[in-house]
Every structure is written in C-alpha cells, then in structure tokens.
Design a protein around this ligand. Structure first.
Ligand SMILES: [Zn+2]
Length: 480
C-alpha cells in the first residue's frame, strides 16, 4: 500500500511538476502531437539524479491540398518551445519529418545546431541548462523578423515598399522596389525575385537577406547596382504559410509553387497577386531575370537549369552562365551541384517561358538545410553561409549583366585577326588582376598602374584566339 501511494504520487509529480510543457502558438511556430515515450531518473552519482524524458514529436502536416488532392501534405517544418527543461536530459524522436541536425535557441533569437553528439537524423538527445528552449528544423525567419528587416532596407529613398495584395488570411504580400530613381528606366536591367512560396524553407530567406543587404547598402558597389537595375523583390510570396508555420502550403493547403497554370478563378489569391503584378510590370518590357528562391532537403545548393532540349541553346547557355558565375570562387556551391529539368507551366519558370519564350531567364535556386556539396564532413549550413550565398548571387547577377562595378570591371573584346582587344575608358590606379572566363574566372595576369586613365589590353593567341570576356579587378593603392 505504502509503495502504491508512493508510485502514484511519483507519477502525478512527474506529470505536474516535472514534465516538459510544449507550445508553438507564435510566429512560424509549428508542432503536431507530442507523446511521452518514457521517463527515468538516472543517478550519475550517489548525490546526483537527472530526469531523462523521451518524447515522440509528430510534426504537423499542412492542410489537405484541395487543388492537388493526390499530393501527400508535407510536415517537414517544426518550430516549438519546450519549457521546464532545465537540468533535464531530453530525447526527441521526430516522425513525419527529417531533420539532419535540428537547431535550438534559449532566447528565440540566437539559434545554433545541436552538436553532432547530440543530434542525428530525426533524433535529438540533449541536456538543457536553461528552463526554456526553442527547437526548430532550421533557423526560423518569421513575419516579425521580416518586418524589422523591411523597415531597415526601405529607409533610404532608393527603396520603395509596396503591397501586391493580401493573402487569404489578410496579411499584406509585400514587395520592395530597389533602384536609383535618377537613372532612366530604359538603361536598367529588370529583375524579379520572390521567396518563401514554400514557407518551411527559411534558408531561402537568409540567402535573400544577404542579397538585399548588398543591394541596399550605401557603398560604391551598392550605388552602381542600383544605377544599373530595378529589383522587384517579394520576400514572402506566402505570408500566411510563414506566419502559420506551414511547410509547403498556404493556409488553405495549396502548394503555390505548382499553381501557376490554374486560371484566376481557381488559383490561390497569392499566386494571382504575383501573376497580376508581373503581368502589369512586364506589359511593355519583360524582366531580364526572374529568381525563385527555395530550400531543399538535398544536401547541396542547386539551380534548376532547364535543358537546351526543353528550351533552346541560347537560353540554356544563359542559365549555365549565371550558374557558373554563382559557383565561381564560392566555397559552398559547385558546378556539379545543378539539377536539370524541363519548364512546366505549373511552375513560375514555365509560366514565364510561355509568355516570353526565353527573353526572361527564370531560375529556381535552392539552398540546403544541412551541408553543402553533399559533403557531411564539410561545413554545415549556417545563417552566415546562407547570407554569403546571397552576396555571391548578387555578384553573379552583376557579372551576368556586365555591370561595371567599382573594383570589378567586365570587358567585351574586339577581334583583330588573332588578337582580341579590350578597353575601358577609365580605370583607377592600383593593383590590377586580369581574368579570362572558362566557366569560372581564371587568373591570367597581374600588374600595377601608377595613374588612373584609359585602359587597353590585348590578348594574342594562336589558331583559336580567346574571344571571351575579360574581368579586371582593381585593388586601389592607398595614398597617404
Ligand atoms: Zn521549395
């Protein structure tokens, strides 16, 4: 009898005072079912005891998809708070999702991955030193975070903020227009970017964040980018999905990514808003480039390149050039990481292809959640490596369009027999590095110039002369 009372009180004590409280009722939060598998007191020494609690975490599936009922709703994304964990050893077993190594945070702001010894595929085993801990599939980038960043990016007069319409749940679908208003539109390249069609893919937002920092900064490079271009950027194409913590759908279960070929009457309101704005912006002139930013469970960054057979040789060449420019001198992303496919009208690339027949280069780019280049021994994905990838992408876009950015000059050659002559009206003094292009920038020559002025360079070669681009990078000599 005495033992039974003790056991009963121990059981209720475990449930009330010692069990962990789970919640996900916040921006981007998501959690399905939590099942306590086991609870055991372990005595590492005579004077010490630690409660070990083991849970099954069933991630929450998106709502059933009314537009594509044949598709299984995804439940990849999770992001929840555990309270009363201090001093306890917690085991988490994830089902319905596939985290390689989940992330955690004690303050909900600074996230880090569980260490290798604490986490593996679908498992976490960790001792916690604070009472509250957030756990997520990857570092979240939620609605509140975006609002803070939008306020910073849109402070200068060369960034305008606008709303394309409202989501099904009434959130604004926000867009930034970034350009130097003093330069006439006719001289500019026009670039559309949208991200987070799939709301669980927060790495895409971290990459875009890095790109937007570079594009909006008050620097010689930033000023030149804005003179040369108009960027239309929709950071959250699916704001309900991000706010609601969905994986791949909007609040109605629709996967917006494959909804572009549906007529206005039955498409999601978010896709209709994007399509309408793209149509009105391109009524006179198509975009030069459209980028659709995602994240993937494959352990590498990728562009989805549309094959020459499914498009044409020129379009394929343009796509590969942008891809190679992105992988050039990039420690995270390599030429062999690409995927190849055909444009289908249900995707934005196919929709654009049907409208412009290749005038607009449209590509989906994917960032991994785990590590790069399928190499688990290499660097695991962090917020800072994703932001760097955003900077690399902006640099690739700049090279792709031959923008003449301070410190980085791309020259087209003129053929004269077996010579190719390159010239620039004005380069500064400094240390010059000359590169030729062979699906990457290949170092070719270095020298220094004492005075600024016109620049001329000749490449002489044998039977097959080099006719490609020349890149001249200038490291200015600091005067004292
Ligand atoms: Zn995606």
């Amino acid at each position: 009898m005495k033992w039974l009372i003790m056991l009963t009180s121990l059981a209720s004590w475990l449930q009330d005072g010692h069990s962990v409280r789970f919640s996900a009722n916040f921006d981007s939060g998501s959690l399905g079912d939590v099942v306590l598998i086991d609870s055991v007191w372990v005595r590492p020494s005579r004077t010490d005891s630690v409660l070990h609690l083991s849970y099954e975490i069933v991630s929450r599936s998106d709502p059933g998809n009314p537009a594509n009922p044949e598709l299984q709703p995804s439940g990849r994304w999770f992001y929840f708070l555990m309270e009363k964990v201090k001093g306890k050893h917690i085991y988490l077993n994830f089902t319905n999702t596939d985290p390689r190594r989940a992330v955690y945070s004690y303050d909900g702001v600074h996230f880090q991955r569980f260490e290798h010894y604490q986490a593996s595929m679908r498992k976490v085993s960790a001792f916690f030193t604070a009472d509250s801990v957030y756990v997520a599939y990857f570092v979240p980038y939620g609605w509140d975070m975006l609002q803070e960043r939008l306020a910073q990016w849109s402070a200068p007069s060369y960034v305008q903020m606008d709303t394309l319409g409202t989501s099904m749940m009434g959130l604004p679908i926000q867009m930034l227009t970034i350009t130097d208003p003093a330069v006439p539109e006719d001289f500019k390249h026009r670039i559309w970017i949208h991200a987070r069609v799939h709301p669980g893919e927060s790495p895409a937002s971290w990459q875009l964040d890095g790109l937007l920092d570079g594009l909006t900064e008050d620097s010689p490079e930033g000023r030149e980018y804005r003179r040369r271009s108009v960027f239309y950027v929709v950071p959250f194409a699916n704001p309900d999905g991000v706010y609601g913590g969905y994986s791949r759908s909007n609040a109605r279960g629709i996967n917006q990514e494959i909804n572009w070929d549906h007529p206005d009457s039955v498409t999601s309101v978010e896709v209709a808003a994007l399509r309408n704005r793209i149509a009105s912006l391109t009524a006179e002139r198509p975009f030069d480039l459209l980028l659709n930013m995602h994240a993937q469970s494959s352990d590498k960054a990728s562009y989805y390149i549309h094959t020459a057979e499914s498009t044409n040789a020129e379009y394929f060449e343009k796509a590969m050039r942008l891809a190679y420019l992105t992988t050039d001198d990039n420690p995270y992303f390599f030429p062999e990481d690409m995927f190849y496919s055909s444009p289908a009208p249900r995707y934005v690339e196919g929709w654009i292809w049907d409208r412009t027949k290749g005038e607009t280069l449209a590509l989906t780019i994917e960032m991994p959640y785990s590590y790069f280049n399928e190499n688990p021994e290499g660097e695991w994905v962090t917020v800072s490596s994703l932001k760097e990838n955003g900077e690399f992408m902006l640099r690739a876009v700049s090279d792709y369009f031959l923008w003449d950015v301070p410190g980085r000059h791309l020259l087209e050659g003129k053929a004269r027999g077996n010579r190719t002559i390159y010239s620039h009206p004005l380069l500064p003094a400094g240390e010059l590095s000359v590169y030729i292009w062979d699906d990457a920038w290949i170092p070719y020559d270095t020298f220094s110039r004492k005075r600024p002025g016109p620049f001329r360079y000749v490449i002489r070669s044998g039977d097959t002369p080099y006719r490609g681009l020349l890149r001249v990078s200038v490291q200015p000599i600091l005067q004292n």
